[in-house]
Design a protein around this ligand. Structure first.
Ligand code: GUN
Ligand code: FE
Length: 471
């Protein structure tokens, strides 16, 4: 059936009649991009396959397949405070809303009750890969990793390193040594989880200094020294989200010239570092981040909810910074990447409208168009976590991490299909929809869709969620 396949920031394939073969290990064996031209029976025979209805999935009218979303920044332990505290800005919000919520995860029974629903909700929103922040607790974060593993989502899971919290002193680690020790226990635990049929782990550990303000110099030094011993392990943190936060970092590290410079100084800025937000980065910092090969998780929904500002995504791209999208739940009031895509579009339009310098370069101060939004939500995120060779698009040898989307009116979401039914019907039968229609379906899904339209979610070829999934 119809398949959407991202290619670059400016281009994606909209294939009306595509056939994707997935092997028993969940990797893509081959792709036939136009089955009408090739004839289904002949193709199957040529590939040594019989026409077996158990093996062959033919999409129903109004359905299409696209790669799953990569949420490159999400706090699993903040779903309990979703939508709360948006009258505050970052530092007050952390103190008044976030830290009291996260502190509850000290109770492992609470974590055991809360995390399964949280992970289900993220998967059913179409997120096939998530970079999760847990709370600072070892046991609760082990529980989170176990649940993600059992449900079959691809993920990075870290527990916050934070041995400094003057604003809310009852939610802090006792010292740098203990922060390191519990982090290492979590890493060992995650590395002990079993692999998939493809011999590959789906859940990975990630080093997670919460942000510069929550770490002592002692802890940042130890984290950098440790990171050096595990160059392939990803790192996630926050950067330049809010002006007051930036000012506090300047006061705390007066001898270091910038926020990005702080992470760089402690050897935490490298090719697999994922920096959340980056709203207030200077040009010099963007250049430094690009030079280190690090990337930014753009979190526009959160940046609106917490009045943080609008990141200069176009400029980052022009400087060669890798960019993906993050919900930053519960900075965002919605765990859906679709909502984040909508906010990324709106933010880019606001940046374009307000810019005094005008458009320049390839992307600076320009709107993010559909191809760019699709790229950021899939391949861009994959690139951030150094998994571009495995996920983010459909290609022989890559994992089949995918969404089966429906824009039919029987999904229960009238916004997606209802109004333009006549127009779509006029333009020919589907699922052999015209390329133009398929591009419109994607736009309709992006701007009017929600979880109801995500019928099936696949990770590494396995069905793990969606509206039609019964666990
Ligand atoms: N900076 C440090 N911690 C957090 C957090 O939990 N959420 C957001 N949005 N920013 C942070
Ligand atoms: Fe965050």
């Amino acid at each position: 059936g119809p398949v959407i396949n991202p290619e670059s920031l400016t281009c994606f394939q909209a294939l009306s009649q595509c056939l994707i073969a997935v092997g028993p290990d969940g990797n893509i064996l081959w792709i036939e991009t136009d089955i009408a031209k090739c004839n289904l029976e002949a193709t199957l025979e040529e590939r040594g396959l019989c026409h077996d209805n158990h093996m062959l999935v033919v999409l129903k009218p109004g359905e299409f397949i696209m790669p799953g979303f990569v949420d490159s920044h999400i706090h699993a332990c903040q779903i309990p405070n979703l939508g709360l505290g948006g009258d505050d800005q970052l530092l007050d919000w952390l103190k008044n809303t976030v830290f009291p919520t996260e502190a509850r995860f000290k109770d492992t029974e609470y974590a055991t009750r809360a995390y399964p629903d949280i992970v289900n909700r993220v998967i059913n929103s179409g997120t096939t890969t998530a970079c999760y922040y847990g709370s600072l607790h070892l046991e609760a974060t082990k529980i989170l990793a176990n649940i993600i593993h059992a449900k079959g989502q691809r993920a990075f899971v870290g527990k916050c390193n934070m041995d400094r919290n003057d604003d809310y002193p009852c939610y802090v680690e006792p010292c740098a040594a203990e922060s390191m020790e519990t982090m290492k226990c979590l890493i060992a635990h995650i590395q002990g989880l079993s692999c998939t049929g493809a011999g590959e782990a789906l859940v990975h550990p990630i080093i997670t200094p919460r942000f510069a303000l929550s770490c002592t110099v002692d802890l940042l030094t130890r984290l950098g020294d440790f990171a050096e011993t595990v160059p392939d392990m990803a790192i996630q943190t926050h950067i330049a989200e809010n002006p007051k936060e930036v000012e506090e970092v300047r006061k705390l590290f007066p001898c270091i010239s910038s926020y990005a410079g702080v992470y760089d100084h402690f050897k935490l800025l490298r090719n697999n570092t994922i920096l959340g937000h980056g709203v207030w980065l200077t040009d010099e910092e963007m250049k430094l981040i690009a030079a280190r090969g690090a990337g930014v998780a753009h979190c526009p929904a959160s940046n609106f909810f917490l009045s943080s500002g609008m990141a200069q995504v176009g400029k980052m791209l022009d400087y060669g910074v890798k960019v993906g999208l993050g919900t930053d739940v519960a900075g965002s009031n919605n765990p859906s990447m679709l909502y984040t895509i909508q906010m990324a579009s709106t933010a880019s339009k606001m940046v374009a409208i307000q810019s005094k310098e005008g458009e320049h370069g390839r992307f600076t101060n320009k709107r993010l168009e559909t191809a760019a939004l699709l790229y950021l939500a899939t391949l861009g995120g994959a690139d951030l976590c150094c998994l571009k060779h495995r996920i983010g698009s459909f290609k022989r040898g890559k994992a089949f991490d995918a969404l089966l989307v429906s824009i039919r009116d029987d999904t229960g979401n009238p916004a997606v299909w209802g109004y333009n039914r006549d127009r779509d019907l006029d333009e020919g039968p589907y699922p052999q929809c015209a390329e133009k229609n398929l591009k419109e379906w994607l736009q309709r899904f992006f701007y009017c869709g929600d979880s109801r339209n995500i019928r099936r979610v696949f990770v590494q070829g396995a069905l793990v969620g969606g509206q039609e999934f019964q666990c």
